[in-house]
Design a protein around this ligand. Sequence first.
Ligand code: SAM
Length: 279
Amino acid sequence: MQGTLYIVASPIGCLQDISAHALDILRRVDCIACEDTRHSAILLQHYGITTPLKAYHSHNETQASASLVEQLRLGLSIALISDAGTPLLHDPGLVLVQQARLAGVRVVPIPGPCALITALCASGLPGEQFIFAGFLPVKSTHRQKELTRLQHESRTSIFYEAPHRILASLEDMIATLGPLREAVLARELTKVYETILTGTLSELLQQLLADPQQQKGEFVILIKGAPIQISDAKAQEARRVFEVLVQELPLKQAASLTAQLTGVAKNVAYQWGVERGGK
Ligand code: SAM
């Protein structure tokens, strides 16, 4: 019998943010693969879990995956955790999951915290449709290029950012998306100094410049989507059809029918509904 690979989400700050199921799995598996054994030991000690830890990080991903998959094939069960949140979300684990799947090993997700979802649900920005763009490039020119691509994105855009780049990223966002674009800065979520600031990009930058304390810690940046432009007759006609349909039908159905009848993209019609507060 092959073992099972569990992908277990762990807290992003507050140690209590871990499910009973996750703790049970961490107790029962033969070994826990983690990014930093010293960091994960704090969580395990807190819950009195004595399962052995094995280092699995971006530098040894290929080698460590091969050895872990071998153990899974021999029947051992393994949990993968990262330093914070959900593994594979800007954290190691892809190689392990791919190799385990190739070897026919069962891969079981154990859901829990994730910084982008935690930030989104408290941001006040639409969460029906969003894009997660991870970390922006380090170089300002590359960062601006990436942000320019997102200039007309109508869904909420979400980024991760490190404290030493937060000011530079906000400045580049102002340069590309404009100072008046609404945004949210979610800092140190679930931790003692958690702050969720809302305002225009320029207001947020001013707040951070005025209070260096607000420049510290871990950040999720959320940008309100750009309004959908209705530039031609076809789009205007689509909007008219949508407005009629949405009076009678649930939003999803109205968006889908508008797309079929007019050729406008379904997500565009759906976004119209979101903007008017529909469900
Ligand atoms: N796997 C993690 C997840 O599920 O969110 C993300 C890991 S990624 C390497 C780390 C980044 O996530 C940080 O630089 C920060 O942008 C964001 N992050 C993690 N914890 C956070 C927190 N407590 N508050 C705000 N952002 C956080």
